[in-house]
Design a protein around this ligand. Structure first.
Ligand SMILES: Nc1ncnc2c1ncn2[C@@H]1O[C@H](COP(=O)(O)OP(=O)(O)OP(=O)(O)O)[C@@H](O)[C@H]1O
Ligand SMILES: CCCCCCCCCCCCC/C=C/[C@@H](O)[C@H](CO)NC(C)=O
Ligand SMILES: [Ca+2]
Length: 558
């Protein structure tokens, strides 16, 4: 790591101990001054970041700095006065730095350190120097538009925002306009037509995946409309949104927050917003013929997940537990669905759903130049010269058809529906769970909750795709049905076959709907296309082992 030139360096007191305090353009560090007569141990000189009085905070993770009034009650009850703290007995001057501290399971906390200076001049010099460095961080938002869904999850959105998030925004001098929604789609419609977006550096939603979906739809539609792009045309190249979206988790699944930050903790998300993180995200557009239906960033699920959602919507009053009840009910019903899936495979450079390469902060695959990823011309899709541009077709009977544009990790399934899916590679993982016994399906489902590979079953297939189409059997056109029959079975034989199979596994063929990021999409036949990095979040992807746990990091910085 490159050593940074020091901007300021003084001996200040922290918690009653004298420390060498250094500010560079990248770090604020303080290390206890060790009496040379005492033996230096490896721990107090070279220890990891927080060991034995040695601390180092990246400037980009400083939340705020303020001059501190060192007051405490005087002996005259009710009166407060400044307390002389240094040995000479003169007035002590201090400043307090609030900064990000990492705790377990990807959670962040706002920590504070107060540094005492021998005189006010030096104190002001430090405050000014740190403020100047913070002012250089132009990626940080200053003004945000916040939408709160008071009815999401356990109906705690408003309280979470007021008690946990607003104080952090205010400490970081972020100003906000807050709208508590009064109906479903209030936020979407406001963003689409009314909001003066030029005033803001970002939009924040307080709620679950459904609330995020509203914000995303509002922003994408507004961006296309302002740029004269027609989103109803499935082949249009969409314009990326300029404003970043922050998610304060207050929903039932909070999958999008969890899969992009690593946890569903409101304070952590608020801090990612404050430091101005930026994580691009792929978005699937869903069309039926040339009618635009919806956008999706996490799960598009037909069959099992569509049915769970359909049933759970009737149980909203139960809160997050509705998904467990409906999950068990749907599992027991064991319905299968018949149809045709065609898809355009992704380029090999983006890996495969089973390569065990997980998308993490600074992911190499997501940073490949877009030419190597899913950006392609529409004509490519009809070119059959290269294998990657050939549509593949699969017909069959399925318990579930899932497309995961990201891992879909969430508290219920910490590695997600597709653990190696990428946030911003321009592809989705298409998971086909063919008709199988209840026991086999249960085995597959349970693997979402443990370390075993959920794709390692003969009845599960998974493909990394750029586009796909699904047509349920009952919506297939005459020519498609003719083709199917020509492929080997007369319709009479076909129906006898279903009845025979139905008896064997006691499941019934029927219609399902799509679960589109937790919203019901009743259309069976859909066409889906992944738009690489269409939106950006105030997030940074899931951090691997934190660099700040690396001893050499602290050493080099100081
Ligand atoms: N004021 C409101 N009244 C009723 N519904 C609302 C209101 N504001 C937003 N909604 C709708 O509530 C639905 C659910 O909200 P949200 O996603 O926040 O919670 P959830 O469904 O419990 O969580 P998750 O989506 O993570 O499972 C969304 O579809 C959203 O459109
Ligand atoms: C009978 C045993 C069942 C165990 C099954 C565990 C599988 C959990 C997998 C959860 C994946 C959730 C993917 C996220 C989808 C969200 O978009 C959506 C909206 O919040 N949530 C749901 C539940 O549809
Ligand atoms: Ca993706």
């Amino acid at each position: 790591m490159e050593k940074q030139p020091r901007l300021l360096c003084s001996q200040l007191s922290v918690g009653g101990r004298v420390c060498d305090v250094t500010l560079s353009s990248s770090f604020l560090s303080w290390r206890e001054v060790v009496d040379s007569s005492k033996k230096r141990t490896a721990a107090n000189v070279y220890g990891p970041l927080k060991a034995a009085g040695s601390h180092c905070v990246p400037v980009c993770e400083i939340i705020a700095i303020q001059e501190t009034e060192e007051d405490c009650p005087s002996t005259n009850v009710g009166k407060w006065q400044k307390v002389p703290q240094n040995p000479a007995g003169s007035n002590q001057h201090a400043f307090t730095v609030s900064y990000v501290e990492r705790t377990l399971k990807h959670r962040w906390r706002c920590s504070e350190v107060t540094l005492h200076c021998p005189d006010r001049k030096l104190c002001l010099q430090w405050v000014q120097a740190i403020r100047e460095q913070l002012a250089l961080l132009t990626i940080r938002p200053k003004r945000l538009l916040v939408y709160i869904n008071p009815h999401g999850g356990k109906q705690r959105g408003k309280r979470i925002y007021e008690q946990k998030v607003a104080p952090i925004f205010s400490r970081a001098s972020i100003t906000t306009d807050v709208i508590v929604t009064e109906r479903a789609n209030h936020a979407r419609d406001h963003l689409k037509t009314e909001a003066d977006l030029k005033k803001y550096d970002g939009v924040v939603c307080v709620g679950g995946d459904g609330m995020f979906s509203e914000i995303m739809h509002g922003l994408i539609s507004r961006t296309q409309c302002d740029s004269g792009v027609d989103q109803s045309c499935a082949d249009e190249t969409l314009i990326p949104c300029g404003l970043r979206i922050g998610i304060i988790p207050a929903g039932s699944t909070d999958c999008i927050c969890y899969a992009t930050v690593g946890c569903n903790d409101p304070v952590t998300s608020a801090l990612h917003i404050v430091v101005g993180d930026s994580q691009p995200l792929d978005v699937c557009s869903v069309h039926q013929n040339n009618a635009f239906l919806r956008y999706s960033v996490s799960l598009l699920g037909y069959g099992f997940y569509g049915d769970v959602l359909m049933d759970s919507e009737r149980k909203r009053w139960m809160g997050p537990a509705r998904y467990d009840i409906s999950g068990v009910k749907t599992f027991l019903s064991h319905r299968y669905y018949e149809g045709t899936i065609s898809f355009l495979p992704a380029d090999g450079s983006v890996g495969t759903p089973r390569d065990k390469i997980q998308c993490r902060s600074g992911c190499n695959i997501c940073q490949l130049p877009s030419a190597d990823k899913a950006v392609y011309k529409v004509e490519d899709s009809i070119s059959e010269t290269e294998n990657k541009d050939v549509w593949q077709v699969i017909r069959g009977k399925f318990l579930a058809i899932n497309a995961a544009c990201m891992s879909c990790a969430c508290p219920r399934s910490p590695k997600g529906l597709s653990p190696s899916a990428h946030l911003a590679d321009g592809t989705a993982d298409l998971i086909l769970v063919r008709k199988c016994s209840r026991l086999d399906f249960l085995r597959h489902l349970l693997r979402h909750t443990n370390k075993n590979d959920q794709f390692d079953h003969p009845f599960v297939e998974v493909y990394r795709v750029r586009q796909f189409r699904f047509t349920p059997r009952y919506q297939e056109t005459d020519s498609e049905l003719d083709l199917r029959e020509a492929e080997g079975s007369s319709s009479k034989h076909f129906f006898t076959q279903i009845c025979r199979e139905h008896q064997a596994c006691s499941c019934a063929p029927t219609h399902s709907s799509w679960n589109c990021d937790g919203e019901i999409l009743p259309h069976g036949a859909i066409q889906v296309r992944v738009h690489c990095q269409l939106i950006k979040l105030f997030a940074r992807g899931i951090e691997e082992q934190s660099v700040f746990e690396d001893p050499s990091y602290a050493l080099c910085a100081i």
